[in-house]
Design a protein around this ligand. Structure first.
Ligand code: CP
Length: 281
């Protein structure tokens, strides 16, 4: 079994057509088995995480191991990057040791893309999140989850709510859902946490959570990313929850069979109430 798409690097979903996404979803369907084929036998995967991660890092490690790769859990805090070694020199040294797949998370937009431009010909770079630019594997995962639950997206409505400004997940979700022909894509958040309209192609922007949620088939709640804020952009967590938190009352405005998603980590009772986070939907 071979993956249908032969993309060497995965930096963004902006250039990924629907057919390629659907081929990846079909491959993912085939790999959802206890003992998947060892598609990565002979490969060496390095996880280069310059920002904290739980889900992305561990899921990449597990996926690589289960598909037969050797996995290097690179510890950035104890690496020579702390002594001033550049990321490109780090890449070159690891390439020379036979590492050929790099999963990269970095706070600076464009870092995985820059590495992809410099990588040796046999080496692949996968973006595991760069600044507020892109989180393509989260975007694929979210789109795959929505398609599994809701089928064809042409008549579906997805609402993405919260800190859109700082969210690489929102950007990749928008690329994925538009490529898959989403019927209606709503964006909502406080004015201080919304990017310029031209950064939200094909989206309808709402300024009240109730308007975004009403009748929606899928609600994607986003984390308030205080670590990316230069100064306070919201008055308080309590104010944010009052105005933008998804609680059971607001959830009842959505389609009765709506699903609620959140990329994690969640701030409980800030962007989403316990009762919703732990609820059936
Ligand atoms: N969704 C996500 O990227 O989670 P982590 O930051 O824990 O990897």
């Amino acid at each position: 079994m071979k993956p249908t798409p032969h993309r060497r690097h995965l930096v963004t979903l902006a250039d990924m057509p629907r057919a390629e996404m659907e081929a990846l979803f079909a491959l993912a369907d085939r790999l959802r088995q206890p003992r998947p084929p060892r598609l990565l036998d002979g490969r060496t995967v390095v996880n280069l995480f310059f920002e904290p991660s739980t889900r992305t890092r561990v899921s990449f490690e597990l996926a690589a191991m289960r598909l037969g790769a050797d996995v290097v859990p690179f510890d950035v805090e104890h690496s020579s990057t702390q002594k001033g070694e550049t990321l490109l020199d780090t890449l070159r040294n690891l390439e020379a040791m036979g590492c050929d797949q790099f999963v990269v998370r970095h706070k600076e937009n464009g870092t995985p893309g820059a590495l992809a431009e410099q990588a040796a010909g046999n080496v692949s770079i996968i973006n595991a999140g760069d600044g507020n630019h892109a989180h393509p594997t989260q975007g694929l995962l979210d789109a795959y989850t929505i398609v599994r639950h809701k089928g064809d997206l042409a008549n579906r409505c997805v609402a993405i709510v919260g800190d859109i400004l700082h969210s690489r997940v929102a950007r990749s979700d928008i690329h994925a859902l538009r490529a898959l022909g989403i019927g209606e894509l709503r964006i909502a958040g406080p004015a201080a946490l919304l990017p310029a309209a031209d950064a939200l192609p094909g989206c309808v922007v709402h300024h009240r959570i109730e308007d975004a949620v009403r009748g929606a088939d899928v609600l994607i709640m986003l984390r308030l990313q205080k670590e990316r804020m230069q100064h306070a952009l919201i008055a308080s967590d309590a104010d944010y929850f009052r105005d933008w938190g998804l609680d059971p009352v607001r959830l009842r405005l959505a389609h009765p069979e709506a699903i609620v998603m959140h990329p994690g980590p969640i701030n409980r009772n800030v962007e989403i109430a316990d009762a919703v986070a732990d609820g059936a939907q």
